[in-house]
Design a protein around this ligand. Sequence first.
Ligand SMILES: Nc1ncnc2c1ncn2[C@@H]1O[C@H](COP(=O)(O)OP(=O)(O)OP(=O)(O)O)[C@@H](O)[C@H]1O
Ligand SMILES: N[C@@H](CCO)C(=O)O
Length: 351
Amino acid sequence: MAVYTDVGFDEADALVQRLGLGALQSLKGIQGGIENTNYFASTEKGEFVLTLFERLGPAQLPYYLCLMKHLAARGIPVPAPVADPAVTLPTGSVLSWPADAPCELVHRVAGKPAAVVQRLGGHSELDPGPAHCAELGHWLARMHLAGRDFDRVQPNLRGLAWWNDTAPVVLPYLDESQATLLRAELAYQNHVAASSAHAALPRGPVHADLFRDNAMFEAGSSDTPPRLSGVFDFYFAGTDTWLFDLAVCLNDWAIDLRTGVHDALRADALLAAYLTVRPLTGAERTLLPAMLRAAALRFWISRLWDFHLPREASMLKAHDPTHFERVLRERARTPLAPVQSLHLPPAAIAA
Ligand SMILES: Nc1ncnc2c1ncn2[C@@H]1O[C@H](COP(=O)(O)OP(=O)(O)OP(=O)(O)O)[C@@H](O)[C@H]1O
Ligand SMILES: N[C@@H](CCO)C(=O)O
C-alpha cells in the first residue's frame, strides 16, 4: 500500500479550501505507488491528487512541481499543480533565489511537504501495444522540447553519483555473479559518462521514471487509436540527458516483462514517434546501447536498495530487483537490438 501517513479529512479540507478548490467532498487513500502517500481528493472544483512526500524535502520539490506547471502551461498533458495564493515569491531570477525560498506549489500536511495536482482521466495500460508506445514516444519528445526554456536546474538525484554511492551499500546482499555484474557495469557506465560522446548528448529536464504505470490513456475503439491523457509522477525528474529518458521508456514499454527481451514492434513504434518530433543526434545514436544498460542499472540498484534496505518493511511492497538484473544482462547480450529501429546499419552505430 502507499498510505504511509494518515491525513485527517478536516486537515485536507482546510488545505483545499485555502487553495481555492472549494469544500472537500471525499478523500480516499490510493493503494498504488511505493514512494509517497497519495490520496484522491474530490472537491467542489473537481478531482485532484494529494501527495505527501515521504523522502523528498522542500529543497528538491520546487523543481518537480514547477516543471509540471511549466509543461502544463505549454500544453503537454501532465497534472498541473495547484498554487497557494497566500505565498509570496521572491523577485528576480529564480537562479538567484535562496535555497529555502518559499514555493507556492509546496504545501504542508500532517507534518510533511505536500502537493495537490489535477487528477488525470483514463487508465494506465499495463499491457501496451505499438499504438500506446507511439503515443508515449510522441509525448516524450514533445516534453523534452517543451522543457528547453525551463529555468530551474536540478541533477537527476538517481543518476551516476547515486549509483556510485549506493552500489557498495547493496553489494553485500548479492551473490558472486551478481556482484561481478554490478561492479563491471558501474565501471563501464563511469567510463561512458566520461566520454566526449556523452558530453555531446543533448540534455534538459527529463522525467526519468516513465514506466507503464506512470501514464494514463483514454481507450481507443476499432477505428480510433488509444490516446495518452497524461503522464504523472515527476518526482524522480531531473536535469539529465534526453537519451537516458528514452532508454528508461524503451526498457519498460518495449520489452517482454517476463524475460527482459526487446520487443521490436513496440520499440519501433516508440522510437519512430519520438523521431517525428525530434531526430536523434549522432552521439545519441552511438550511445543508445550504453544508455539502455545505464537505465537498467539505475533501476536494478534502486530496486535492490528498496528491497534490502526498506524504510518500513511492513508497509513497503518493493519491486522485484531481479527483473532489472535480467534486463541489464539482456541489454548487454543484444546491445544492438533496439538500435535496428533507428534504421541505421549496425556498424555505423557500434563504431
Ligand atoms: N495526477 C494523477 N492523476 C490520476 N491518478 C494519479 C495521479 N497521480 C497518482 N495517481 C494514482 O496514484 C497511484 C500512485 O501514484 P504514484 O505512482 O505517483 O505513486 P508514488 O508512490 O508517488 O510513486 P512510485 O510510482 O514512484 O512508487 C498511481 O498508480 C495512479 O493510480
Ligand atoms: N519505477 C520504479 C519505481 C519508482 O521509481 C521501478 O519500477 O523500480
